[in-house]
Ligand binder design. Structure first.
Ligand code: CA
Length: 519
């Protein structure tokens, strides 16, 4: 609704003032003579850099710095694998940009592969300097063990990511209220299983389902457990300045015990571990799925697309049900800084121009270009605000996908997202859900990760991967009914201890204290 109004306004304004062609704007010009820099740019959705992206052509026209594709590993969609190939080649382009870049930047930066950025930023990048002065915790989060920054990160904007969704029309059909506690939630899921809310006379409803099985594990939060301390599944957690792992905590044990029971009783999709990413699309369009935990904008979208085929269809957000202790927690949120971004390689002969180029993307116009595409082509300025063209908002395709195709919203580029870009294509159901979560204040602080020194890295590399594998094996076995988490718990903790969990927690803690300062 809102975006239609805005789009109409945009049209009216465009009709009054004919759009001017985007002119090269001198105040962003970094060099008089055009400067070409080579770039490795790799992400899931774009496996190499495209010089014809309209966003890039505009940046080149404004800054006089133009990038030339030199991506390695473009045949893989795995950015870490592409990065390994690039580093193994020993021949780095001027700029290295990638998703999942943080570990490589912080390990190989101090060894000389990438240029330390702190002094360059202080001397030549006023926008970056201002940003990190205002957000010192984000500077700490991207800094390597030696205290230097080696890459400029992608910084997401907005708070909310996923929330709880439930079929309000099913609740109404069965005369039930929106559940407020985990006990209510269980009663509602049980009623969905037994009382034929889809009205076809068959007991075919799937009360709780998830596109990603990690969202089932997330439900341990309903019994005061945790499943992750960040937006990455199974991540470490900070509690009162101390690094913990959620899968070694009692709330997790209680949560898994109850989820195993829910699974056995058919309150959870029997295929939750295998159904995969089409689960939401399939179970909603077949009128079978009752409740899930998923992204606000895309999940709310089904209210529009399924309203014709399923009479009365209403799949809306509900507040996180309260745990037995009364806690209402939405564990997932957008993280303010991603492990993605770009760096200046040792081979770059123009580090000053390059940091100025990185800084351009943190200027008002550069940030707008990265988020909204090119003025006149993809958005118009209305009352000083970028508003997407009506064609982009109404062609039925997600705006983020459209931006990826023109070089906008690239996580391999260090830039600061602007949440307004997303609000314009967020429907009224999602906005209602966001308002509910805003009012309830259900979010918690996130663990933003650490950068190890060499000694710590060795300990982590020696133990962590096997511990994680063991944790996930036990987790799935307990849910599926192999073993009993309560009976197995002491042995499980002893095994974690033997596998080196305490050693890993110690090096995480020392890195954390160095990076963020002792509380
Ligand atoms: Ca039924």
């Amino acid at each position: 609704m809102q975006h239609l109004k805005l789009a109409a306004l945009a049209l009216a304004t465009t009709a009054l003032t004919p759009a001017l062609p985007a002119l090269a704007d001198d105040h962003h010009k970094i060099t008089d003579k055009p400067l070409e820099l080579t770039v490795h740019m790799h992400g899931k959705r774009y496996q190499s850099y495209d010089e014809s992206w309209p966003v890039e052509r505009e940046a080149c026209a404004w800054t006089n710095v133009c990038l030339k594709n030199a991506t390695v590993g473009s045949n893989s969609n795995d950015s870490r694998e592409a990065m390994n190939l690039l580093l193994a080649s020993g021949d780095l382009p001027d700029i290295v940009g990638s998703e999942m870049f943080k570990d490589a930047a912080n390990q190989f930066g101090p060894e000389g592969a990438f240029v330390p950025l702190n002094d360059l930023i202080d001397e030549h990048a006023p926008n970056l300097r201002a940003f990190f002065e205002a957000r010192p915790e984000l500077k700490a989060a991207v800094s390597a063990a030696d205290g230097n920054m080696y890459y400029i990160p992608y910084l997401p904007d907005g708070k909310f990511g996923r929330g709880y969704f439930i079929r309000y029309d099913w609740l109404e059909a069965l005369g039930l209220e929106v559940p407020q506690t985990v006990a209510d939630y269980e009663a509602v899921l049980t009623a969905f299983r037994d009382q034929d809310p889809n009205g076809n006379g068959i007991k075919d409803e799937i009360p709780f389902f998830a596109r990603q099985w990690e969202e089932l594990i997330r439900l341990v939060t309903l019994w005061d457990g945790r499943s992750s301390g960040s937006d990455t599944p199974h991540d470490f957690l900070v509690e009162a300045g101390m690094i913990q792992h959620p899968y070694a905590q009692e709330g997790y044990r209680d949560g898994i015990k109850n989820l195993a029971r829910w699974y056995a009783e058919g309150l959870v999709d029997a295929e939750v571990f295998t159904r995969g990413s089409s689960a939401r699309e399939f179970l909603l369009s077949e009128n079978l799925g009752g409740s899930t935990h998923d992204w606000f904008a895309s999940t709310s979208g089904y209210n529009t697309t399924l309203s014709d085929s399923i009479a009365g269809f209403e799949f809306k957000a509900m507040a996180p049900p309260a745990s037995p202790s009364g806690r209402r927690l939405e564990e997932h949120r957008r993280i303010p800084v991603k492990p993605d971004g770009w760096a200046i390689s040792y081979a770059n002969k123009h580090p000053v121009e390059t940091i100025k180029y990185f800084d351009f993307w943190f200027s008002e116009e550069g940030r707008r270009l990265a988020n909204f595409g090119v003025e006149g082509q993809h958005h118009d300025m209305v009352d000083g605000k970028p508003i997407f063209k009506e064609e982009i908002l109404t062609n039925g395709r997600p705006v983020n996908s459209q931006m990826y195709e023109i070089g906008g919203q690239l996580p391999g580029r260090g830039y600061h997202q602007d949440y307004n870009y997303e609000i314009q294509w967020t429907n009224e159901y999602a906005l209602e859900g966001l308002a509910l979560y805003e009012a309830g204040d259900y979010l918690t602080d996130q663990f933003l990760g650490v950068a190890f020194n060499q000694k710590e890295q060795k300990v982590y590399d020696k133990y962590w991967s096997q511990i994680r594998t063991y944790m996930l094996e036990r987790q799935q076995a307990w849910i599926l009914g192999t073993g009993d988490v309560e009976a197995d718990w002491d042995d499980y903790l002893s095994q974690l201890d033997r596998m080196g969990l305490n050693e890993v927690l110690k090096v995480m803690q020392s890195a954390y204290d160095r990076q963020y300062g002792k509380g």
